[in-house]
Design a protein around this ligand. Structure first.
Ligand SMILES: NC(=O)N[C@@H](O)C(=O)O
Ligand code: NI
Length: 160
């Protein structure tokens, strides 16, 4: 059993970047009418190119059972919600080419994530409809996908 934790940049740092507008913007632009939180993710598309896709994913409920993790060996993958709904993020360290102990996080409204190249993760998991996301990841040759069946585990909500 895994308890989903509130997503923080520090806890997620081994796996990827958290993008949000917490704190002051890096720049004020557009005559001071817009804050820019500048260059907040480490994107990597290897020998491919950057692509932007839109996902409409079915919401899941907690407790959530997971038995499959995947990774993209050739590029990073960013999930940017097009709603203010929180979503579930499951990641795991690499342990000799297999996923190690999974960790689960629930995003705050307005948070987006960028999975670093090769990070083990669960597939996009909205928790509320609409499960609309912009996804920035690698477009190129090859599958850029490694999937592994894992011992099923259940993610439970944080009861903070
Ligand atoms: N398959 C796909 O485009 N998405 C997955 O990689 C995912 O992490 O949801
Ligand atoms: Ni993925």
């Amino acid at each position: 059993m895994i308890i989903a934790q509130p997503l923080t940049a520090g806890a997620f740092a081994p796996f990827g970047d958290v993008m949000d507008t917490a704190g002051d913007p890096d720049r004020l632009i557009n005559a001071g009418l817009c804050g820019r939180w500048h260059d907040r993710a480490r994107l990597d598309f290897g020998d491919g190119r950057a692509g932007i896709s839109l996902f409409d994913a079915e919401p899941r409920a907690l407790p959530y059972s997971c038995d499959l993790l995947e990774r993209h060996p050739d590029g990073s993958q960013a999930f940017i919600p097009m709603s203010l709904n929180p979503f579930l993020v499951i990641v795991a360290p690499d342990d000799g080419g297999e996923p190690g102990q999974p960790q689960a996080f629930v995003t705050a409204p307005g948070q987006a994530i960028n999975l670093h190249r090769g990070t083990w993760h669960g597939v996009l998991t909205p928790l509320h409809a609409p499960g609309l996301f912009a996804v920035i990841d690698r477009i190129g040759d090859g599958a850029n996908l490694q999937e592994v069946r894992v011992t099923p585990f259940t993610v439970h909500p944080f009861s903070g």
